[in-house]
Design a protein. Structure first.
Length: 397
């Protein structure tokens, strides 16, 4: 079966001063249009109980451009502004579908600086990308080639908090095809001492990317705290802090990509635990370490790559006692403190805590696969029951 996978390939580029100024204006106009449309939709609902759709906000945008106060919206490409309205429409669709919270206004300092261009607003020819309202192509560092025989359908330009410029090209990748089926199945237990522990007994060390730069980060943050708000010195100090955070995130993302790609290539079925990380980080003693481990990002990468390559990821219910259950005789211990790393069951089997948990996850996932029940509750319904539920459901706050 032929699959058509669309993937966004991200490159870094270095704009000229004129291009940087044009893109900065575009980012500001995108934010302005998004906020004005959100305010209009909110006001219509609060005052008249009326829902405003994309077509109505598009007509509003046309009217706004004709006013003297907002005439500057005509100076940038209209396509990113229309895309901002489409993104707002999608945000409301998710909100009414109970998949997200109510859309929030974009902040000039905190929100992501980005603009999306469709095919009518850019030209890609002979390895050069030229955006609307620009006379020169972008100076892109082609760190890897685009899929052969494809051209981008959407281009997203962004600037991160560290001041780096990126362009993301969305295109179909015919090279992404289901891998040959294998009979391999593996249980994966995530942790802090070891990032991953497999049911095979293999353990992946936790690289602790944040800890490596913690001293440098603390030093730059102390310097930032001493700078006067709104000053140029504070802006420069903030940039130094942002660059350290960006370096940490880049290393973490690179490591997770390598691990998830390896897991998907080697195994047909992967069993993981359905953790509620957003609740776990409320533990202030472990919040920093849990955030640095990036368990949620690991799961997201694993799931979309499994879809790409014809693999299966089964998330066993969060209440399944994988650490307290003996994988040899199925005896369940009442308690298992976190400081207990090895324990001996009444049957005489000595367990490594993490390996035992991975083996139990593997067994639970295989059992669910055989009986046809679902071990993975939908993320939108946290109290969903499953075949491996061991405790009563608790409604999350």
């Amino acid at each position: 079966m032929t699959t058509h996978v669309k993937r966004a390939i991200k490159y870094r580029f270095y704009p000229t001063d004129a291009q940087a100024a044009e893109l900065s204006r575009t980012f500001g106009c995108v934010r302005k249009v998004y906020n004005m449309a959100l305010a209009a939709r909110t006001e219509a609902w609060v005052t008249r109980q009326e829902r405003v759709n994309y077509n109505q906000t598009s007509a509003m945008l046309t009217a706004w451009k004709k006013t003297g106060e907002l005439a500057y919206l005509n100076e940038v490409s209209s396509v990113p502004l229309q895309q901002a309205l489409r993104h707002l429409q999608m945000a409301f669709t998710h909100f009414f579908g109970r998949r997200a919270k109510y859309p929030r206004f974009k902040s000039r300092k905190k929100s992501r600086r980005s603009a999306e261009y469709t095919t009518s607003a850019f030209r890609f020819r002979d390895g050069e990308l030229r955006l609307a309202k620009m006379s020169e192509p972008l100076r892109i560092v082609w760190s890897r080639p685009l899929p052969e025989g494809t051209s981008p359908s959407t281009v997203t330009v962004s600037q991160d908090s560290a001041g780096r410029w990126f362009v993301s090209l969305l295109c179909e990748d015919p090279s992404v095809q289901p891998l040959p089926a294998t009979g391999q199945a593996v249980g994966v237990d995530v942790g802090l001492e070891h990032l991953l522990t497999f049911s095979t007994g293999e353990k992946i060390a936790n690289p602790r990317h944040e800890r490596r730069d913690r001293a440098a980060l603390a030093r730059q943050q102390r310097r930032l705290a001493k700078k006067e708000k709104g000053s140029a010195n504070r802006a420069r100090a903030r940039l130094k802090v942002a660059k350290i955070y960006a370096r940490i995130a880049d290393r973490r993302r690179d490591g997770l990509h390598k691990l998830t790609t390896r897991l998907v290539r080697e195994n047909q079925t992967i069993m993981i635990e359905d953790l509620t990380v957003r609740n776990m980080v409320k533990n202030h003693r472990l919040a920093r370490a849990i955030s640095d481990a990036a368990w949620s990002e690991f799961r997201s990468m694993l799931e979309y790559k499994a879809v790409w390559y014809g693999r299966e990821v089964i998330a066993v219910d969060r209440w399944f006692p994988s650490s307290r259950l003996c994988s040899a005789c199925n005896t369940l211990r009442d308690t298992m403190p976190l400081n207990v790393r090895t324990w001996t069951c009444a049957c005489g089997t000595t367990h490594d805590r993490d390996v035992n948990a991975a083996n139990n996850l593997l067994a639970a996932g295989l059992a669910v696969t055989v009986c046809g029940a679902g071990a993975r509750p939908q993320r939108s319904t946290p109290d969903g029951q499953s075949a491996t539920k061991q405790k009563p459901s608790r409604r999350e706050p």
